[in-house]
Write a protein that binds this ligand. Structure first.
Ligand code: GUN
Ligand code: ZN
Length: 443
């Protein structure tokens, strides 16, 4: 067992996210193996109360530092690291002019491996310890990301991007020797799922890119896979941009809405994560809640591409799950601090009357516990729990330095409350604040 003494931030998973933070200015985090051999939190709390219960414990003292849960990034694209900051009129020209050309390079296993390594190291450097990421439509891109994630023991979920129409030839799924592209994409998905789902800390996501780039047959096949493998995830995009929505409606006129298209093909269930979810009506929101699907809210991306604003108030009224995501490379940063700050700005848009947007505790919750619960990794039914530092959670955490820059040191020294401290970190923080990222290691 190993102890860490520092300020400690964690969350009550059952409490209202607005007031769920638990904070000890002088805390102790005790980490050790569970029955599976995974390093989990054995105890967490106030140093003076807890330390006497662990005589002889080896303790690393980190004065002036804050230990917090590793961040959970609910949606991003590892093959888009190199297109961050590419300007465009909106989503569809951005895909055509920057994203689709770059993604074609992932046909190469060597290119994929180099990009996967850089991407994962960048996530860890920014304090992200769990991520749900897109790969490309090339099986080599999926193999490369899983392999690199396994080496680092980061919790990573990804899958083969399904797209059998409306994209450049170099990005469409390929036909096999005796199968068409649609059938082969489903065979490849199932093969990759069987190879990687549940291996170490890895998970597989059935990944139709978005409805417009899949035929009915491909969406139907993906839905059948989703039914056969309930332990696997589903990820896609929905209701991000008005031109995208018009396109999806024209291609699937029989569905009640763009979102309903996914439900009609069996792609909405627990462990389904839909990025954006901006232009919804209340029937869409009810469908999210009824099916147990979750929204990945991507504020830096939505501001950068001019897509619109996620409606937090309407989501809370409907009661569906959501969490924060960087959406790199539509998103502009790997930093959870930048994403939380952008969510604060976006949250102001839905305010019925002027006032504070989301509280810093709520923002932090959305990027940790909330995102983990959206993935079904909140610890229910004895499964793994991530995104928190309560006893039993995987010991994924960050050591933050609130004095990382001269301005941060001045500002955080004047923080009189926890909310003021968290706000200062959200507004002024970035990768310089993340002094260390610790990943739960199996023995
Ligand atoms: N919709 C379909 N593909 C994408 C993508 O790569 N990024 C974003 N932001 N939206 C999408
Ligand atoms: Zn995306």
């Amino acid at each position: 067992m190993q102890g860490y003494r520092a300020a400690l931030l964690r969350f009550d998973p059952a409490a209202d996210p607005k007031q769920s933070a638990i904070y000890e200015a002088d805390g102790l985090l005790v980490v050790g193996p569970d029955a599976r051999g995974t390093q989990v939190v054995q105890a967490a709390g106030d140093w003076a109360t807890l330390a006497p219960r662990f005589p002889g414990l080896v303790v690393e003292h980190l004065p002036g530092r804050l230990i917090a849960p590793g961040f959970v990034d609910l949606h991003l694209h590892y093959p888009q690291t190199n297109v961050i900051g590419s300007p465009a009129d909106g989503l569809l020209p951005w895909l055509d002019n920057y994203t689709f050309p770059e993604e074609q390079r992932f046909e190469s296993p060597e290119y994929s491996a180099a990009e996967a390594a850089f991407f994962l190291d960048e996530l860890l450097r920014h304090g992200v310890t769990t991520a749900l990421s897109f790969a490309t439509s090339h099986p080599a891109s999926v193999q490369a990301l899983f392999t690199a994630a396994q080496q680092r023991q980061i919790r990573l979920i990804t899958g083969l991007c399904l797209m059998d129409r409306h994209a450049p030839a170099g990005l469409l799924n390929r036909a096999g020797s005796a199968t068409d592209a649609t059938e082969q994409s489903l065979i490849d998905s199932e093969r990759l799922l069987q190879q990687w789902q549940g291996v170490d800390r890895l998970g597989y996501a059935i990944t139709p890119r978005f409805a417009p780039t899949s035929t009915d047959a491909q969406l139907r096949g993906a839905g059948q896979l989703a039914a056969r493998y309930p332990e696997a995830w589903v990820q896609s995009h929905v209701a991000e941009n008005r031109d995208e929505i018009a396109w999806a409606r024209a291609l699937f006129p029989q569905s009640r809405s763009y979102l309903a298209t996914y439900a009609d093909f069996g792609l909405m269930r627990e462990r389904s994560v839909y990025a954006h979810c901006i232009h919804f009506d209340d029937d869409d929101r009810a469908l999210m809640r009824e099916t147990g699907a979750a929204a990945a809210v991507c504020p830096t991306s939505n501001l950068f591409l001019g897509s619109g604003f996620f409606d937090y108030a309407a989501a809370d009224r409907a009661g569906f799950r959501y969490g924060l995501a960087s959406d790199v490379g539509g998103g502009t940063s790997f930093s959870p601090f930048h994403t939380m700050l952008a969510a604060y700005y976006v949250g102001r848009e839905g305010q019925a009357k002027p006032g504070l947007s989301l509280s810093p505790q709520q923002l932090w919750w959305q990027h940790t516990v909330g995102a983990a619960q959206a993935l079904g990794l909140g610890g229910r039914a004895g499964g793994p729990a991530v995104g928190n530092l309560q006893p039993g959670c995987d010991a994924d955490f960050v050591v933050l330095n609130p004095q990382a820059t001269p301005l941060l040191a001045r500002r955080t020294a004047r923080a009189a409350t926890l909310d003021e401290l968290l706000f200062a970190l959200i507004v002024l923080g970035d990768d310089r604040v993340v002094e260390r990222t610790v990943i739960s290691q199996a023995f």
